[in-house]
Design a protein around this ligand. Structure first.
Ligand code: CA
Length: 490
């Protein structure tokens, strides 16, 4: 079986021209050929900012670019018809489609309501500021532009537990509605991190749970995705997704893949969440992202032998979706922690060429980010291609030095000329003897990352001394593989 490679197929600053779903169709063949066989598409439903919405300011999850709501029919990415067509065409071409599920909050309500609410200390959500008082809040979602099509359900303040704006007082704050509590098991930052933004869905209200469950079934039946990317799971009652996924998988008749975003560098929080949801989803390997980030900014002092320690890749490899950057970590965004250019090929070589984890390549790295004049990551397409064709077989690690570390994949029978040796350093140039195996005795290996270099020869015991330039990664493949890479990747 060939390796799977996911791609996050969007970045924050895509043009809002309603043509993105068509672009997915236009690029499908090239992506598949390069080795991308899973796409995570952005949230497809109408956000409060209409055609300019990236999709996380959810307004109406039933409006996939079909109704004149929030200033436009189309979403930023296109219309419902374009979307359904894109999902269908991608799947026809052998690319699985993962859709973005955002159920923590909603924004852009149609009408205000009068409620009693108490203000909470933003730094300690269990501490009240003053007494409960009348507040005028945007909590009534009636979707007049949709007029009951697909679902008659409308939302009011009883389906939420809090919000952050009092319209009458023109005051912002965290307002917990009378008779409500923040959901009891969520991330414990700020004492309780149930509340993130907008109107927060109360997942302890059975009507709320039913509404999002009915919607989930409708979405599966309408769009036919291969699975889900799930937003902001640390802000939602932990047991919710365990039960919701079980219900939806039963409905769909298919045990589909799901990956959640639990944004924390603390591995214990991620493993705890996986325990609570009974491994019903994978999680993005946020600790690995921060290890890359810290290593890249350590001026060569980060101990590379510890780079993978306390990551999901290390401790829960079967639940790890590894990534380097995403739409939140890119410049200008809320979780800005962008990995610098020089380190990116090292990070991508790790997530793409190792045996464990499902790698997720970022659109902004693959194509560049024109908004910030950031070019595409050099060699990224090449590394994706090497993963597809050559990164197979038994793995042996050489994470045995402060700066120069590596690993080998010994290849397998099924994949022509498979087998790679990977060596990297965050400091000075260096070399290391690594064992590829006696099946390669006498063969030349070339560094696919450098088209001017000289090859190394594997000795009769299957060892070779590989080398790497300062602050870089070298990826060694057979002569036949090297020629194939040169011919197919510019
Ligand atoms: Ca929440």
């Amino acid at each position: 079986m060939d390796n799977k490679t996911m791609m996050q197929y969007f970045e924050w600053y895509l043009p809002a021209n309603g043509l993105f779903w068509d672009r997915c169709v236009a690029q499908a063949d090239k992506l598949k050929e390069n080795g991308i066989n899973m796409l995570w598409l952005p949230p497809a439903y109408k956000g409060a900012t209409g055609k300019n919405s990236v999709g996380y300011d959810v307004y109406d999850t039933y409006d996939l670019g079909e109704f004149d709501q929030r200033g436009s029919v189309s979403t930023k990415y296109g219309t419902r018809d374009q979307y359904l067509n894109a999902v269908h065409v991608l799947q026809e071409k052998g690319i699985e489609v993962y859709v973005d599920i955002v159920l923590n909050h909603m924004t852009g309500a149609d009408e205000v309501e009068e409620v009693i609410a108490v203000e909470n200390n933003p730094e300690n959500r269990e501490e009240d500021i003053g007494e409960p008082a009348p507040r005028t809040v945007w909590t009534k979602y009636t979707f007049p532009g949709r007029n009951g099509k697909y679902s008659e359900f409308t939302w009011n303040h009883t389906h939420f537990n809090g919000t952050d704006w009092d319209e009458e007082a023109q005051q912002s704050g965290i307002f917990l509605f009378d008779g409500k509590a923040w959901n009891s098991e969520t991330d414990d930052e700020f004492a309780n991190f149930d509340y993130l933004m907008g109107t927060d869905l109360d997942m302890e209200n059975p009507e709320t749970v039913k509404a999002v469950t009915d919607w989930g079934k409708w979405y599966l039946d309408t769009v036919h995705p291969n699975g889900f990317r799930i937003d902001a799971v640390k802000h939602i009652r932990f047991e919710f997704y365990r039960d919701w996924l079980k219900e939806l998988r039963g409905h769909y008749g298919y045990d589909f893949f799901a990956v959640g975003e639990y944004w924390s560098s603390e591995i214990d929080k991620l493993t705890h969440y996986l325990d609570v949801v009974e491994d019903s989803m994978s999680l993005f390997d946020v600790p690995l992202h921060f290890a890359f980030h810290d290593c890249a900014f350590s001026n060569g002092h980060y101990n590379m032998s510890e780079l993978l320690d306390n990551t999901l890749l290390d401790l829960k490899p079967n639940n790890a979706v590894t990534f380097v950057d995403n739409h939140d970590t890119q410049p200008g965004q809320s979780l800005y922690s962008f990995i610098p250019t020089w380190f990116k090929p090292i990070a991508y070589a790790i997530i793409l060429l190792r045996a464990e984890g499902l790698p997720c390549v970022f659109y902004g790295d693959y194509y560049g980010i024109p908004n910030d004049n950031i070019p595409a990551v050099p060699s990224l397409k090449k590394l994706v291609y090497i993963r597809k064709k050559y990164a197979y077989g038994e793995q042996e690690d050489y994470f045995d030095d402060d700066s120069v570390v590596g690993f080998v994949r010994r290849g397998d029978e099924e994949h022509w000329n498979s087998g790679v040796a990977v060596l990297m350093t965050n400091a000075e140039c260096g070399s290391k003897v690594m064992k590829l195996g006696q099946q390669f005795a006498g063969k030349l290996f070339f560094n696919a990352m450098d088209l001017t270099n000289i090859p190394v020869t594997v000795d009769e015991d299957g060892n070779a001394e590989f080398y790497v330039d300062g602050g870089s990664v070298s990826v060694w493949v057979t002569e036949e593989a090297y020629k194939d890479i040169c011919l197919n990747i510019e």
